[in-house]
Design a protein around this ligand. Structure first.
Ligand code: NAI
Length: 259
């Protein structure tokens, strides 16, 4: 299924990205692992890059081969980090890497973005102005953008994921002529080094969520879904957001709509 495919995985040094890189390699893909840190158990070729830095992304794109079959955008910062850094890595850097890399993707390639259950508010009218304004957001403008739209503290994380889900949907057909498609995966709370950051930030709400859930997710719950979206088995899935959260999204929707 993934044999013969060369796939770039960002965030490959930890958590969901690390498990995804391992699984793709187990299933026969050539993996190129990208992270700001050296992976403790490197999978495939490793390229170090800082995805909050335009020049670093340019160097990464130069270093990558042409004819790539997949890009898994998994690197991300949690809500405890400075708002500007969160927006730069989770949104601006991800979008810049993706658009810069498209010319090096093979026809029929698949792009998968790690969003989050935290992005479920993307359709809230209150979020729309900032999401719209982020369409052309560049690295140098992040500080002014965050100030203008009141994106501070943990809001940066929610905003970055809302905007990422919308960007994924908006680009459902951008590269359709070449068969290149893009989808998002939205996990609920997953047991990785950043879970404690979420619990810290969300406080009582996170505790309530954790009580509702039977268990937190594990990287091995998420990686196979990313692998499926990277495979040709999902060829007609385009521009969508797949929740992988033990039922949490359905739970929120039922509560929201009174079912
Ligand atoms: P993690 O902290 O275990 O892994 C994130 C990886 O991204 C790390 O290896 C880190 O070095 C890398 N990274 C961070 N900044 C970078 C930069 N500037 N340049 C290059 N690499 C950078 O986190 P986890 O949990 O595996 O998260 C992966 C993705 O899943 C993130 O996008 C996160 O927002 C998302 N997610 C995580 C959830 C969770 O509960 N753990 C829930 C929903 C979504």
């Amino acid at each position: 299924m993934l044999k013969g495919k060369t796939i770039v995985v960002t965030g490959a040094a930890s958590g969901i990205g690390e498990r995804t890189a391992e699984l793709l390699a187990e299933r026969g893909a050539e993996v190129i692992s990208v992270d700001i840190h050296q992976p403790p158990r490197p999978v495939g070729r490793v390229v170090t890059a800082d995805l909050s830095d335009k020049a670093s992304i340019d160097r990464l794109v130069e270093a990558l081969p042409a004819g790539l079959h997949g890009l898994a955008n998994i690197a991300g910062l949690p809500p405890t980090r400075p708002a500007q850094a969160v927006v730069a890595v989770n949104l601006v850097g991800l979008k810049y890497l993706t658009t810069r890399l498209v010319p090096k993707l093979a026809d029929g390639a698949s792009i998968v973005n790690l969003a989050s259950l935290a992005g479920l508010g993307w359709a809230d009218p209150a979020a729309k102005a900032a999401i719209d304004a982020s369409a052309e957001l560049d690295f140098g403008d992040v500080a002014a953008f965050c100030a203008k739209y009141g994106i501070e503290g943990a809001r940066s994380y929610f905003f970055s994921k809302e905007a990422l889900i919308v960007w994924t949907m908006r680009n459902r057909w951008t590269w359709r002529a070449r068969g290149i498609r893009m989808n998002a995966v939205s996990p609920g709370p997953v047991q990785t080094p950043i879970l404690k950051d979420f619990l810290e930030t969300l406080g009582a709400r996170a505790e309530e969520d954790m009580r509702t859930m039977d268990r937190p997710g594990r990287p091995q719950d998420i990686a196979p879904v990313v692998a499926f979206l990277l495979s040709d088995d999902s060829a007609w899935i385009r521009g969508t957001n797949v929740p992988v959260d033990g039922g949490m999204y359905s739970n929120v929707l039922c509560q929201m709509h009174g079912f």
